[in-house]
Structures are given as C-alpha cells and as structure tokens.
Design a protein around this ligand. Structure first.
Ligand SMILES: Nc1ncnc2c1ncn2[C@@H]1O[C@H](COP(=O)(O)OP(=O)(O)OP(=O)(O)O)[C@@H](O)[C@H]1O
Ligand SMILES: [Mg+2]
Length: 623
C-alpha cells in the first residue's frame, strides 16, 4: 500500500521560482508583512540594550567607591528605564506575534480556498489516479508547512540576522579579543546543531511515516472489524499489527537516541563557551583590563547568541519542507481544469445520440481489450424510456459517465439535441440530467440536506414531495427526527435500499429533463419497486429516461432496450422483439424467469456467449 507520507521528497531549501510564486500569496498582506519585520527589528533592538544596561549599572553604581546615596538613585533610575523597555517589548511582542500569525493564517485560508475550488473543477479522471489521502494532505499538511515557513522563518530570518550582527558588534566594541574567541567557536556550534537537526528531522519523518502507516492500518482494521471477526482472521490481523506497531516503536526509539546524544553535547558546548569567557574574562577583570559589568554583559550576549545560531538549522529544515510542500501544491494547482464554458442550450428537448463512440479509460492503449466501448451508436428520442442491459463489466455505467461528460470519448460523438456535448456548457449539460448512481453516496448532514444537496432552489416542501414520490416517506417518517434525522457515517445506519430511495428522491427533486437510473432499484423490495414504477411513470411523462437494470422485469415496458456485451451493442429493440430474436437477451431473460430454468438455460446462455466471443475474435475491433 502506498501511504501519503512516502512520496515526501526533500529538495532544495530555496528555489527562487517557487518562492516568487509563494510570495504572490503574501502580496495582499504586504503592509502587514513589512510591519511584522519592522516590529521584530525594534524588539531585537530593545533586547540588545538589556545586557548593556546591566553593564552600566554594575560599572557605575555597584563599585564600592561610589557614594551610597548616588548609587541608590542611579540604580533606581536605570531600573525604571529597564522596566519601561520591558513593557515596551511586551507590547511590541504582542503586536508582532498577532500581526504575523494573522497574516500566516490568512495566507493559509486563501491557499486552502484555492486548492478546494481547484479540486472541484478537476475532471473525474484525475480522481481515479490520485488517492484521497494524498489530496487531503495537500490541502492540510502542505499548506501548514508553508504557513510554518511564513510565520517561523521569513520574518525571523531578518530578526536573527540583525540580532547576530548586533551582538557581535557590541561584543567587539566591549572586547575584541574575547569576541574573536567566540567568533571562532561559532562554526563548531553551527556544525553540531546542523548535524543534530538533520538527523532529528530524518528521524522525525520516519516516525511520522510509521505513524501514518499505523493509523491507516488501524483505521482499515477497525472499519473492517466485522469481516475480520466473521472470517476469524484476528490472528493474522494481529500479527500484521504487531509488525507495524514494532516499526513505530523502533522509529520513536531512534528519535529518542538522537536527542539523548546531541542535546547534552550542545549543552556542553555552550557551557564550555561560557566557561572560557569567565576564565579569560575573569583574569582580565582582576588585571583591570576589563570591567566586571562588561564580563556580565558578555555572558548574557553569549546566551542570546546561541539561540538564533541553533535555530538556524531548524529554519533551514522548515524552509526545505516548505519548498517541497509548495512544489506539490503548485503541481496540483497546475493540473488543468475541466473546460466549463460552452453553448448554453435555451431549451432542452432531451434527444440523446451516440454516434460511433469508442472509449477507453486508459490513456495509452495497449491492446484491443483496452477499449471499453466499441463503436456504440444509438439514439434516445425525447420522452423515450430506454433501458440498457448486459453482463457485469460490459460498460453500462461507462455509457452514463460519458453522457454526463465525466470522461471524454476518444472517437465518435455524443449529441444532445443534435449538439456535440463537448461544445455545451458543462454546468448546463449536467443540470439537464439527474442521476441515481450504482453506489449511493450520502453526505454528513440530515436527510433533507441529502435530498436537496445544498441547492437553494429546492424548497423543503419540494424535497418532501419528491420523497413521497419515490415511496421514501414511509421510512423517513419512522425515523426519530424524520427529515431532520442526522445521517451518520455516510448512511451506515440506513439500509442499502433506504439509501437508494434517498438517492432516488434526490434525482426527482432536481426535476431534470433527463433521468438516468443506474441499478436504482436493485436493493428495493418488489412491492416498493412497483409502487415507485407507477409514480416514476408519472414524472417521466415528457422526460427522457435511461434505466440500467439487472432485474429484467423492471425494464420490460421500456420503449427500447439496448443489450450491451463487452462494450458493443449486440441487440436493440423492444422486449417482445428481443425475445423473438432468441439472442443474449432471450437467454438472460429465460434464465431469470423461464419455467424451464436450471441447466438447459444456463447452457443456452453459455452458448450465446461463446458465439459472441468467436465473433469478437474474428473482427478487427482496433481500428
Ligand atoms: N474508472 C475506471 N477506470 C478504469 N477502468 C474502469 C473504470 N470504471 C470501469 N472500468 C472498467 O470498465 C469496464 C466497464 O465497467 P462498467 O462500470 O461500465 O460496467 P457495468 O456494465 O456498469 O457493470 P455492472 O453491471 O457491474 O455495473 C470494466 O471492465 C471496468 O473494469
Ligand atoms: Mg455499472
């Protein structure tokens, strides 16, 4: 199984083209961005002053030579300055954090909006190829990685650079020998922290990857618990789990080890640096070359210096992650959208024509078998009821998907009222048709919401009327909260037939010109079905309908029946005509209803299928 994390690759930490494109998202908040930088520079400035004030206070007022009264007054005065600066820093810090987080959150909000609206415009083909989990990661984790870069790196890079330069400038001014010593130590410190961060990041990624695997396994096992228990697969499942659980444990321990080794090491280095200063500086203070205040200030500056230096490595990691994330996001955003614009038909009559349609899901054809539909031609006149029958996998659902332009045909044309659907406005094309698909999808929300699908044009009354029409009212009324009952876990608490009735009501409420039913009544009992049939007959008046059914009883009264076999229409006509033909339809029909039943009809079906297979081999399907 492929997990979302596993594709995470890391590349450059800085890519000018990507950064330029990222900056476009910051552009609307340019002013705030600059404000955040200026504020953090001011804050850094105040921070730099604190140790210096300490130095002044020590050197001027804390030496025994000072008169007592004067010293007290001086200390009090500087304490006041200190306090004012602290308060100012508090205020600036609040504003800066707020402004920075505000812009970061806005950028994230804008990005997620763009990703979701883009996703909605991508063709169905795209979703066949891309796992849901990965797309969800784009809109959440990857966007968060970019926000982290924005709020933890961009502004702070200015701040840190300013801070480091400032500290060294002051240190050199205080004592250039000591400052040079520190300057020599910094590469070592940076090297160790970089090594540490690199390893820590790799270990962290490994932990995340294993955790994702563990999560996926748990989620799958828990939702499939019923099957595991029914087939008594607890043992095997547990063994798999133990393996994955162990991997997660190992990854965590690896991470712990890295931290356990490096953190004390970095701590040691800091302590050594401080000790060096105290040792060298101490001698100088005793010798009178250096004031006590300067030494204290020096120690404080060293502490201030360590933080940005060790953060630098962390920021490099964040930047690298953000570049990879933005590359993935832009790849998604660059995926071409489906073309929506086109002619908007004023009034649709509902005549559908397939003209020599060839279709394959695969973009590269390797053989004859890749063609799912082969030279399919048929017409559906306005108001006609047409049925499509055929064995599993023969391409019935595919015909419907093409009609709704979920996929584009490779050869041939599909026409609505004589106009190629490629030239029609996609929205107006789809709004002419209502579909009940084979696998019903219910959204979270209530029953009514699932019928209306957030369409304000459908009133509560109309939705309820539609439910009445398809006989769904009976079961909905029995629910504790009726139409306001919450739909849980994609309808897990409803029976399969009840879900189908809801999908049915949804289609009817949309009041389409063309109604398409793919196995819509497969899981509904015969009595309800015949009730539905009679109500449907009423709404179907003046409308075109296309019905796919395995249960042949439901389509007996269709105006026309198309028999599909391996992507080819092999028979076409009314029920009576097809029975008289004694072909596949007759074989399937007698298998379902024939009194003879049993072996002989099965044999007949097999014979017909073999004949068809022979015909197929003879002819040149692949043109
Ligand atoms: N999204 C897809 N990508 C690739 N191949 C697909 C896709 N959907 C269907 N197929 C293939 O196309 C063929 C026809 O599928 P289709 O769903 O149209 O069959 P069907 O006649 O509706 O079958 P059923 O009666 O079981 O619903 C099958 O061989 C199937 O494997
Ligand atoms: Mg199907």
């Amino acid at each position: 199984m492929q997990y979302a994390w596993e594709e995470e690759k890391l590349g450059k930490a800085y890519d000018a083209a990507l950064m330029k494109r990222l900056m476009r998202y910051v552009k609307p908040y340019r002013g705030l961005f600059v404000a955040a930088i200026v504020l953090s520079l001011i804050m850094t400035g105040t921070e730099l002053v604190f140790p210096y004030i300490t130095k002044i206070v020590i050197d001027r007022f804390m030496l025994p030579s000072q008169p007592y009264e004067q010293a007290i007054a001086g200390v009090a005065q500087f304490a006041l300055v200190f306090l004012v600066l602290l308060l100012a820093r508090l205020l600036f810090s609040f504003i800066q954090v707020y402004v920075l987080q505000y812009t970061g959150q806005r950028v994230m909000y804008d990005m997620r909006t763009e990703i979701f609206s883009h996703l909605m415009k991508l063709p169905v083909r795209f979703f066949d190829k891309n796992p849901v989990g990965r797309l969800v990661t784009r809109a959440t984790n990857d966007v968060a990685a970019i926000n982290e870069m924005y709020s933890a790196v961009l502004v702070y890079l200015f701040k840190d650079a300013f801070l480091i330069v400032g500290i060294f400038a002051i240190m050199f001014q205080l004592n250039w020998r000591l400052a040079s010593l520190i300057l020599l130590l910094t590469p070592l410190l940076m090297w160790i922290t970089f090594e540490f961060r690199k390893r820590a990041r790799d270990a962290y990624r490994e932990v995340r990857r294993k955790l994702a695997k563990l999560n996926a396994y748990l989620a799958e096992s828990i939702s499939g618990m019923r099957i595991i228990q029914l087939f008594v697969r607890e043992g095997g499942s547990f063994q798999n789990f133990s393996g994955i659980n162990r991997e997660e444990y190992d990854a965590n321990m690896q991470q712990v080890t890295i931290f356990a080794v490096f953190q004390p090491l970095i701590g040691l280095l800091r302590a050594v640096a401080t000790a060096l200063i105290l040792w060298y500086g101490g001698f100088n203070v005793i010798g009178g070359a250096f004031t006590l205040g300067s030494l204290v200030a020096f120690v404080s500056y060293i502490e201030m210096l360590f933080q940005p230096l060790s953060d630098l490595a962390e920021k490099y990691n964040i930047l690298q992650g953000a570049m990879a994330s933005s590359e993935r996001i832009f790849l998604l955003l660059d995926e071409p959208e489906e073309r929506y614009e086109g002619k908007t038909p004023l009034e649709v009559k509902g005549r559908i024509e397939f003209r020599d349609v060839w279709f394959a899901y695969a973009s590269e054809l390797k053989g004859v078998s890749d063609w799912i539909l082969k030279d399919v031609s048929f017409t559906v006149e306005p108001g006609e009821r047409v049925a499509i029958v055929g064995p599993t996998g023969s391409g019935k659902t595919t015909i419907i998907s093409l009609m709704l332009r979920l996929y584009e045909v490779q050869k041939g044309q599909i026409l609505l009222d004589g106009v190629d659907i490629k030239e029609l406005d996609l929205e107006s094309l789809r709004s002419q048709m209502a579909v009940v698909l084979q696998d019903v999808f219910l959204f979270s929300g209530d029953i009514l919401g699932n019928i209306r699908l957030q369409n304000d044009g459908i009133s509560r009354d109309r939705a309820i009327e539609a439910a009445h029409f398809v006989q769904a009212n009976d079961f909905i009324r029995d629910l504790p909260r009726g139409y306001d009952e919450e739909v849980k876990e994609r309808g897990a608490t409803l029976s399969v037939g009840q879900r189908q009735l809801l999908a049915f009501a949804r289609a009817v409420a949309f009041n389409p010109k063309i109604l398409i039913l793919d196995e819509a009544t497969a899981n509904i009992d015969s009595k309800t079905e015949s009730l539905i049939q009679s109500s449907i007959a009423k709404i179907l008046e003046g409308r075109t309908s296309i019905v796919i059914a395995h249960r042949l009883s439901t389509i007996r009264h269709s105006d026309k029946i198309l028999v599909l076999h391996r992507g080819r229409i092999i028979e076409e006509g009314t029920h009576e005509k097809l029975l008289a033909n004694k072909g596949l339809y007759h074989a399937l029909y007698t298998l379902q209803f024939g009194e003879t039943g049993g072996r002989s009809t099965l044999d007949q079906t097999r014979r017909v299928e073999e004949e068809l297979a022979a015909v197929e081999e003879d002819s040149q399907w692949l043109r």
